[in-house]
Each structure stands twice: as structure tokens, then as C-alpha cells.
Design a binder for this molecule. Structure first.
Ligand code: BGC
Length: 252
């Protein structure tokens, strides 16, 4: 059973969300459980809350985690929208110690992309597919013929002398009280830039702005050469992708 049903836990700046996932069907098997991320989101505190999420499901098997930063072999190399204390931390070891379970850790946008490629807006897509998540930051997941190129961090390309995510993330719209039209203009500038750099065949727009009610406010304003589509799994994509990434782990 553990080969199919795996716990996914998505660590974000405001919430830590988890649920067991049927990794063959790409669906949560029970509603997700969410706890608030402890401010400041220091490693030990986050690991304790993540363990509470695992305990809520009485979990004993493999767990896939997402983190909002670059993750190499389980080690955090960046921490743009989370406490700096994460840099250099072996997150995989930390989460394994906290939960007593085998774990894997990947970037949150990579995880969302893995889920969309398998079960959502990228299903079966060949060529270059770029998943972009718009939230507090901008996350990116790049796929070439279905294979992930991990840790691309395209929210950090330069736009107007700063990180693009400071200018065009969903948080920039709220922070600067921008209309949807003005925000869409910023997103258009960003998309023009990444299209020039990567020439994707498809771009998937994910994050909170991929909910159908939000999509209708801005998607029609955007023009790309690539096929531009909203994500389908919305706020469950990270959990599903994390669980899928942990599929090869064995129960401890
Ligand atoms: C981080 C990325 C992350 C994205 C979305 C960015 O600030 O650098 O690693 O994927 O935010 O959370």
C-alpha cells in the first residue's frame, strides 16, 4: 500500500499543509490538514509543526516535502521567502529525524510542476514546459520532454534592477494595491523575458492565481508564443508532487 499512498507535506511561508496522496491517481485520499507556519520559520520549529501534520494522519511511511528554496541532495541552498537559518541545513535529515520516517525534499515549484505534468495541465506534454507559480514569490519548474530540470529559480531573474518576483509575484499586486490589469502588465513583461530565454512550448500558470475565479481576471490580458494555460491542481499540486517524488522511498 505504501508504494501508492504517500504523505505529501508542502512547507510555505504562511502554512504547512499535508495529506496522504494516491500517487497513481494524483489525488488526495483525505482532505488536507493545515497548520500555521511558526514565525520566524526557523528549521527546528518548522520541523516540529511538520511532524504534527504527519502525526495528524498517524503516518509511518515515506513522506515527500516541498520547500520554498533551492534544494540539492536534501540540503537547502537558498531561502528567499523563509528564515535565512535554513541555508546550509540538511532538510531531508531534519525532517527524517523529526518524523521518524524516510523523507525526500524538493523545491515547491518543482513539486507543483511534477504534479501538473503527471495529472494536470502538463499531462503528456512534450518539448519544453515551464511551470510558474505566482504567490509570495515566483517559483519555476522546467520540464524537457517530461523530465524535470530542477531548481531553476526563475523568479530571481532581474527585472527593473530587482528580482522579478519582487515586481510580478501575486504578493506584489496586493502589496502595491495594483489593479489586475496593472499586475497583468507586469506579468506580461516577466513572461516576455522568460520566453526569450527558454522558448517554452507551454507555460503553466500556478499558485493561488490559478483558481478559476482569479484566472478570469487576467489570463485574457496575457500574450505568449507558448501555449499559456492555468494549472489544474491548484493548491494541492505541491502536496501531490511531493508525494510522487517520494515514491521510490521505502518505509523505515
Ligand atoms: C524561491 C523559490 C520558490 C518560490 C515560490 C522563491 O522566492 O526562491 O525557491 O520556489 O519563491 O515559493
Amino acid at each position: 500500500m505504501h508504494d501508492v499512498i504517500i504523505l505529501g507535506i508542502d512547507i510555505g511561508g504562511s502554512g504547512i499543509k499535508g495529506a496522504p496522496v494516491d500517487t497513481h491517481a494524483g489525488r488526495l485520499t483525505t482532505p488536507r490538514y493545515r497548520l500555521t507556519t511558526p514565525p520566524p520559520a526557523r528549521p527546528g520549529d518548522v520541523a516540529r509543526v511538520a511532524n504534527s501534520v504527519a502525526e495528524a494522519f498517524d503516518w509511518r511511511g515515506p513522506i515527500g516535502f516541498t520547500m520554498p528554496g533551492r534544494v540539492k541532495s536534501g540540503i537547502m541552498q537558498t531561502a528567499a521567502n523563509i528564515d535565512d537559518g535554513w541555508i546550509g541545513v540538511d532538510a531531508r535529515q531534519l525532517f527524517s529525524n523529526a518524523t521518524g520516517c524516510p523523507t525526500t525534499v524538493l523545491n515547491d515549484a518543482d513539486a507543483a510542476g511534477v504534479a501538473e505534468m503527471a495529472f494536470g495541465a502538463g499531462c503528456g506534454a512534450q518539448g519544453v514546459v515551464l511551470m510558474l507559480t505566482f504567490g509570495t514569490g515566483i517559483g519555476s519548474g522546467l520540464f524537457v520532454d517530461g523530465r524535470l530540470v530542477p531548481n531553476t529559480e526563475l523568479g530571481h531573474v532581474r527585472l527593473h534592477g530587482d528580482r522579478a518576483e519582487a515586481y510580478a509575484a501575486a504578493s506584489a499586486r496586493k502589496r502595491n494595491n495594483l489593479s489586475w490589469e496593472t499586475w497583468a502588465g507586469r506579468v506580461q513583461e516577466y513572461l516576455d523575458h522568460v520566453e526569450f530565454l527558454f522558448a517554452p512550448d507551454r507555460i503553466i500558470i500556478g499558485g493561488g492565481v490559478s483558481r478559476p475565479k482569479k484566472v478570469s481576471k487576467y489570463l485574457h490580458l496575457l500574450r505568449t508564443r507558448a501555449d499559456l494555460v492555468p494549472a489544474q491542481l491548484q493548491n494541492e499540486a505541491g502536496i501531490i508532487g511531493a508525494a510522487c517524488a517520494a515514491r521510490t522511498l521505502r518505509p523505515a
